[in-house]
Design a protein around this ligand. Structure first.
Ligand code: ATP
Length: 242
Protein backbone atom coordinates (compact mmCIF):
# COMPACT_ATOMS: atom_id res chain seq x y z
CA UNK A 1 0.00 0.00 0.00
CA UNK A 2 1.23 3.48 -0.85
CA UNK A 3 1.54 5.53 2.33
CA UNK A 4 2.75 8.55 0.39
CA UNK A 5 2.04 9.24 -3.26
CA UNK A 6 3.47 12.31 -4.97
CA UNK A 7 2.97 13.09 -8.65
CA UNK A 8 4.51 16.04 -10.44
CA UNK A 9 4.78 18.17 -7.31
CA UNK A 10 5.74 21.81 -7.70
CA UNK A 11 6.37 24.40 -5.03
CA UNK A 12 6.95 28.01 -5.94
CA UNK A 13 7.63 30.40 -3.06
CA UNK A 14 6.54 34.01 -3.42
CA UNK A 15 5.63 33.45 -7.10
CA UNK A 16 9.35 33.44 -7.90
CA UNK A 17 11.42 30.77 -6.21
CA UNK A 18 10.88 27.34 -7.73
CA UNK A 19 11.86 25.09 -4.83
CA UNK A 20 10.32 21.91 -6.28
CA UNK A 21 10.12 21.38 -10.02
CA UNK A 22 7.80 18.46 -10.60
CA UNK A 23 8.87 15.60 -8.35
CA UNK A 24 7.23 12.15 -8.42
CA UNK A 25 7.72 9.32 -5.92
CA UNK A 26 5.87 7.08 -3.52
CA UNK A 27 6.60 5.49 -0.16
CA UNK A 28 5.31 2.01 0.65
CA UNK A 29 3.88 0.86 3.96
CA UNK A 30 6.57 -0.09 6.47
CA UNK A 31 9.47 1.49 4.60
CA UNK A 32 12.14 3.76 5.93
CA UNK A 33 12.54 6.25 3.10
CA UNK A 34 15.26 8.92 3.17
CA UNK A 35 15.35 12.16 1.26
CA UNK A 36 18.91 13.17 0.46
CA UNK A 37 20.34 16.18 -1.30
CA UNK A 38 22.55 19.23 -0.83
CA UNK A 39 21.50 22.33 1.14
CA UNK A 40 18.64 24.11 -0.54
CA UNK A 41 17.72 21.15 -2.77
CA UNK A 42 14.11 21.02 -1.58
CA UNK A 43 14.00 18.28 1.07
CA UNK A 44 12.45 20.34 3.86
CA UNK A 45 9.96 21.85 1.43
CA UNK A 46 8.86 18.33 0.44
CA UNK A 47 8.49 17.23 4.06
CA UNK A 48 6.60 20.41 4.98
CA UNK A 49 4.11 19.77 2.19
CA UNK A 50 3.69 16.09 3.10
CA UNK A 51 3.15 16.93 6.77
CA UNK A 52 0.60 19.61 5.91
CA UNK A 53 2.62 22.59 7.07
CA UNK A 54 2.65 24.35 3.70
CA UNK A 55 0.58 23.93 0.55
CA UNK A 56 1.78 22.52 -2.75
CA UNK A 57 1.67 24.91 -5.73
CA UNK A 58 0.79 22.19 -8.21
CA UNK A 59 0.60 18.40 -8.50
CA UNK A 60 -1.01 15.48 -6.73
CA UNK A 61 -0.07 14.69 -3.13
CA UNK A 62 -1.68 11.88 -1.14
CA UNK A 63 -0.71 10.89 2.38
CA UNK A 64 -2.30 7.78 3.94
CA UNK A 65 -4.83 7.88 1.11
CA UNK A 66 -5.90 11.46 1.85
CA UNK A 67 -5.40 14.50 -0.32
CA UNK A 68 -3.02 17.33 0.53
CA UNK A 69 -4.08 20.04 1.24
CA UNK A 70 -7.85 19.31 1.14
CA UNK A 71 -7.84 16.55 3.77
CA UNK A 72 -5.06 17.75 6.02
CA UNK A 73 -7.21 17.54 9.16
CA UNK A 74 -7.44 13.78 8.73
CA UNK A 75 -3.75 13.48 7.89
CA UNK A 76 -2.59 15.45 10.93
CA UNK A 77 -4.36 13.01 13.26
CA UNK A 78 -2.42 10.09 11.84
CA UNK A 79 1.12 11.36 11.40
CA UNK A 80 3.94 12.17 13.79
CA UNK A 81 6.58 14.80 13.21
CA UNK A 82 9.98 14.99 14.87
CA UNK A 83 11.19 18.48 14.04
CA UNK A 84 14.85 19.34 14.38
CA UNK A 85 14.02 22.24 16.62
CA UNK A 86 11.73 20.32 19.02
CA UNK A 87 11.34 22.36 22.19
CA UNK A 88 9.95 20.71 25.28
CA UNK A 89 8.68 22.69 28.27
CA UNK A 90 11.95 23.34 30.04
CA UNK A 91 10.62 23.29 33.62
CA UNK A 92 8.53 20.16 33.15
CA UNK A 93 10.04 16.71 33.58
CA UNK A 94 10.49 14.31 30.65
CA UNK A 95 7.41 12.41 31.80
CA UNK A 96 5.28 15.54 32.18
CA UNK A 97 6.24 16.69 28.70
CA UNK A 98 5.25 13.36 27.23
CA UNK A 99 1.98 13.26 29.19
CA UNK A 100 1.09 16.63 27.68
CA UNK A 101 1.39 15.18 24.16
CA UNK A 102 -0.42 11.96 25.02
CA UNK A 103 -3.35 14.00 26.41
CA UNK A 104 -3.35 16.17 23.31
CA UNK A 105 -4.00 13.00 21.29
CA UNK A 106 -6.57 11.71 23.82
CA UNK A 107 -4.35 8.77 24.65
CA UNK A 108 -4.63 7.08 28.05
CA UNK A 109 -2.08 7.24 30.83
CA UNK A 110 -0.69 3.78 30.03
CA UNK A 111 0.72 5.17 26.79
CA UNK A 112 3.03 7.47 28.76
CA UNK A 113 4.70 4.52 30.49
CA UNK A 114 4.82 2.46 27.32
CA UNK A 115 6.40 5.23 25.22
CA UNK A 116 8.91 6.00 27.97
CA UNK A 117 9.94 2.35 27.73
CA UNK A 118 10.06 2.38 23.92
CA UNK A 119 12.52 5.27 23.83
CA UNK A 120 14.39 4.04 26.91
CA UNK A 121 13.76 7.14 28.99
CA UNK A 122 12.36 5.58 32.17
CA UNK A 123 15.55 6.34 34.07
CA UNK A 124 15.19 10.04 33.30
CA UNK A 125 11.44 10.34 33.65
CA UNK A 126 11.74 12.75 36.61
CA UNK A 127 14.47 14.87 35.02
CA UNK A 128 13.47 18.33 33.89
CA UNK A 129 13.61 18.87 30.14
CA UNK A 130 16.31 21.52 30.42
CA UNK A 131 18.59 19.08 32.24
CA UNK A 132 18.31 16.26 29.69
CA UNK A 133 21.28 15.62 27.37
CA UNK A 134 20.87 16.29 23.65
CA UNK A 135 20.40 12.59 22.94
CA UNK A 136 17.68 12.23 25.55
CA UNK A 137 15.92 15.39 24.38
CA UNK A 138 15.80 13.79 20.92
CA UNK A 139 14.41 10.57 22.40
CA UNK A 140 11.74 12.57 24.16
CA UNK A 141 10.89 14.32 20.88
CA UNK A 142 10.44 10.91 19.25
CA UNK A 143 8.29 9.67 22.14
CA UNK A 144 6.09 12.78 21.85
CA UNK A 145 5.76 12.25 18.10
CA UNK A 146 4.61 8.67 18.71
CA UNK A 147 1.73 9.79 20.96
CA UNK A 148 -1.49 9.04 19.14
CA UNK A 149 -0.01 5.96 17.39
CA UNK A 150 0.93 7.57 14.08
CA UNK A 151 1.08 5.38 10.98
CA UNK A 152 3.72 7.63 9.45
CA UNK A 153 6.59 9.46 11.09
CA UNK A 154 8.53 12.39 9.60
CA UNK A 155 12.01 12.93 11.00
CA UNK A 156 14.03 15.95 10.01
CA UNK A 157 17.73 15.25 10.54
CA UNK A 158 17.06 13.32 13.74
CA UNK A 159 20.69 12.86 14.80
CA UNK A 160 22.15 16.30 14.13
CA UNK A 161 24.41 17.44 16.94
CA UNK A 162 24.50 14.10 18.73
CA UNK A 163 27.63 12.22 19.74
CA UNK A 164 28.42 8.95 17.90
CA UNK A 165 27.05 6.73 20.67
CA UNK A 166 23.75 8.62 20.89
CA UNK A 167 23.46 8.57 17.09
CA UNK A 168 23.74 4.80 17.03
CA UNK A 169 21.27 4.46 19.89
CA UNK A 170 18.82 6.55 17.87
CA UNK A 171 19.37 4.33 14.83
CA UNK A 172 18.28 1.38 16.98
CA UNK A 173 15.25 3.34 18.08
CA UNK A 174 14.29 4.18 14.49
CA UNK A 175 14.66 0.49 13.58
CA UNK A 176 12.39 -0.39 16.51
CA UNK A 177 9.79 2.15 15.35
CA UNK A 178 9.89 0.56 11.90
CA UNK A 179 9.52 -2.91 13.42
CA UNK A 180 6.28 -1.74 14.96
CA UNK A 181 4.91 -1.10 11.49
CA UNK A 182 5.37 2.68 11.39
CA UNK A 183 6.49 4.06 8.03
CA UNK A 184 9.34 6.55 8.42
CA UNK A 185 10.36 9.40 6.16
CA UNK A 186 13.76 10.80 7.07
CA UNK A 187 15.78 13.70 5.84
CA UNK A 188 19.46 13.48 6.59
CA UNK A 189 22.86 14.69 5.51
CA UNK A 190 24.51 11.70 7.17
CA UNK A 191 24.97 9.14 4.44
CA UNK A 192 26.11 6.41 6.84
CA UNK A 193 22.80 6.85 8.61
CA UNK A 194 20.83 6.73 5.38
CA UNK A 195 22.72 3.62 4.26
CA UNK A 196 22.09 1.83 7.53
CA UNK A 197 18.44 2.71 7.96
CA UNK A 198 16.82 3.23 4.57
CA UNK A 199 14.99 0.74 2.41
CA UNK A 200 15.04 3.35 -0.35
CA UNK A 201 16.42 6.82 -0.83
CA UNK A 202 15.31 9.70 -3.01
CA UNK A 203 17.99 12.20 -4.02
CA UNK A 204 16.75 15.72 -4.65
CA UNK A 205 18.93 18.16 -6.55
CA UNK A 206 17.85 21.67 -7.48
CA UNK A 207 14.17 20.89 -6.94
CA UNK A 208 14.20 17.71 -9.00
CA UNK A 209 14.30 14.09 -7.96
CA UNK A 210 17.43 12.76 -9.63
CA UNK A 211 17.57 9.25 -8.14
CA UNK A 212 15.08 6.91 -6.50
CA UNK A 213 16.54 3.57 -5.46
CA UNK A 214 17.78 1.39 -2.65
CA UNK A 215 21.14 2.38 -1.13
CA UNK A 216 22.59 -0.81 -2.61
CA UNK A 217 21.45 0.05 -6.14
CA UNK A 218 22.98 3.51 -5.90
CA UNK A 219 26.25 2.03 -4.65
CA UNK A 220 26.24 -0.47 -7.50
CA UNK A 221 25.50 2.21 -10.10
CA UNK A 222 28.66 4.09 -9.11
CA UNK A 223 30.61 0.98 -8.09
CA UNK A 224 31.23 2.31 -4.61
CA UNK A 225 31.45 0.59 -1.25
CA UNK A 226 29.44 3.16 0.68
CA UNK A 227 26.39 5.28 0.03
CA UNK A 228 28.41 8.37 0.87
CA UNK A 229 30.92 7.67 -1.91
CA UNK A 230 28.12 6.90 -4.36
CA UNK A 231 26.31 10.09 -3.40
CA UNK A 232 29.46 12.17 -3.87
CA UNK A 233 30.01 10.57 -7.28
CA UNK A 234 26.44 11.45 -8.22
CA UNK A 235 26.93 15.06 -7.08
CA UNK A 236 30.07 15.27 -9.17
CA UNK A 237 28.14 13.96 -12.16
CA UNK A 238 25.54 16.66 -11.58
CA UNK A 239 28.20 19.32 -11.30
CA UNK A 240 27.67 20.13 -7.63
CA UNK A 241 30.89 21.25 -6.04
CA UNK A 242 29.54 22.48 -2.70
N1 ATP B 1 9.66 30.29 2.89
C1 ATP B 1 10.48 30.35 1.84
N2 ATP B 1 10.43 31.42 1.02
C2 ATP B 1 11.25 31.50 -0.07
N3 ATP B 1 12.15 30.56 -0.41
C3 ATP B 1 12.25 29.47 0.38
C4 ATP B 1 11.42 29.31 1.54
N4 ATP B 1 11.74 28.13 2.13
C5 ATP B 1 12.71 27.59 1.37
N5 ATP B 1 13.03 28.38 0.34
C6 ATP B 1 14.02 28.11 -0.73
O1 ATP B 1 13.64 26.92 -1.39
C7 ATP B 1 14.80 26.12 -1.70
C8 ATP B 1 14.64 24.75 -1.06
O2 ATP B 1 14.75 24.88 0.35
P1 ATP B 1 14.60 23.67 1.37
O3 ATP B 1 14.64 24.24 2.75
O4 ATP B 1 13.45 22.85 1.00
O5 ATP B 1 15.96 22.85 1.09
P2 ATP B 1 16.62 21.64 1.88
O6 ATP B 1 16.95 20.62 0.85
O7 ATP B 1 15.76 21.22 2.98
O8 ATP B 1 17.95 22.30 2.43
P3 ATP B 1 18.76 22.00 3.81
O9 ATP B 1 19.50 20.74 3.59
O10 ATP B 1 19.69 23.18 3.88
O11 ATP B 1 17.78 21.95 4.94
C9 ATP B 1 16.00 26.91 -1.19
O12 ATP B 1 16.53 27.64 -2.28
C10 ATP B 1 15.42 27.83 -0.15
O13 ATP B 1 16.16 29.02 -0.04
Amino acid sequence: MKIINVENLWKVYNKRKEALKGITFHVDHGEVFSLLGPNGAGKTTTVKILSCMIKPSQGKVEVLGFNVPQECNKIREKIGVVPQEFQGFSDLTAEENLRYFVKLYNGDESQVEELMKTVDLLEYRKTRYRNLSGGYKRRLAIACSLAGDPKLLFMDEPTVGLDPRSRRDLWDLITEVKRRGVTVLLTTHYLDEAQRLSDRVGVIFDGKLVRLSSPRELMEEFRKQTLEEAYLALMELLGDTS
